[in-house]
Design a protein around this ligand. Sequence first.
Ligand code: PLP
Length: 360
Amino acid sequence: MSAMYPIPMLPGPVSVPDEILAAMRHNYPSGDLETDFFKLYAITGRGLARLMGTRNDVVIMTGEGMLVLWAALKSCLKPGDKVLAAVTGIFGDGLGDMAAGIGCEVRKFCLDYNKTLGDLAPLEKMLEDFSPDMIIAVHCETPSGTLNPLEDLGRIARQHGSLFCVDAVSSIGGVDIQADAWGIDVLLGGSQKCLSAPPSMSFLSISPPAWERIERTGYQGYDALIPWRSIDGEYTCPYTPYWHGLAALHAGVQRILREGPERVFARHGEVALQCRDGLQELGIELWPAPDSTPAPTVTAALVPTGITWHEWRARLRARGLVVGGSLGPLAGKVFRLGHMGSQAEQRLMTDALAVLREAL
Ligand code: PLP
């Protein structure tokens, strides 16, 4: 538990600031019976829309990030639909597999996991004969510590009439995102990363063409999006809402808006640079390739030679620093510092780098 560690640097869930914990400390009544709940839902949605750069509807659901990944895919796609996944890491690959699990025909445009999207000509070639219903991409590949540019892919998706669905779970609130300008139809986010709230809520923006498809697909289920289309106006929820979780998410959004999103994004960039410079000074090799874009919210680096990940983690934990490992093919090889949300603090990073130096 990060609370047990004086220097929390997990790439989510991040440590939750007191003001966000305080927002949860109320005996909220049943949200679906109270207009105050729906007002908070609407205000929070508007704040999130600002952070996502969209005028589209924002739906907020009870459950952490994976929920909206499944909700978006199951609500938009039917068996036999065609999906192109731009894969630069574990989440892009996993999203492709999830679509295949729904019965879609999936093609993957794959780069190495230390790269980010660049020349899209080969991807466009794939699109010409495939004509996918949806293109999927990941903005910040958290396990790789990389950030994909999305604008060109969004333009290509629009040209081919494909929906563009983006997982931005670990970048919304920490990086400038312009969903509408970049042509993103469905943008997915979670509470436990840059919003600094507990891992209890997730949200997504939905464009009018995406709503049309959702209506056509007609998916019914606990994670279905259709019932959320009208909750603002009709004051009805598909299940008892988690008011405490929404209050925490709202407090997380307000925290960013109060400081000013531009200032917050700049702070993330500065701390990320401090982290990369600090690691390199210590002789620790960064994971992202030199020609790729490192994420402003999480830094991935190679576990130092001559020590296993488990020993390295134990050494850091013994000194009060908790960092993340990685997943899939990067497990055991890569470790990560999450400097997102409440953890995008220069002082915290200075402390983390001091521990890393001592542990080496
Ligand atoms: N997408 C990305 C890019 C993530 O980094 C994560 C979690 O780390 C998720 C989705 C899933 O979020 P959660 O673990 O909150 O379900």
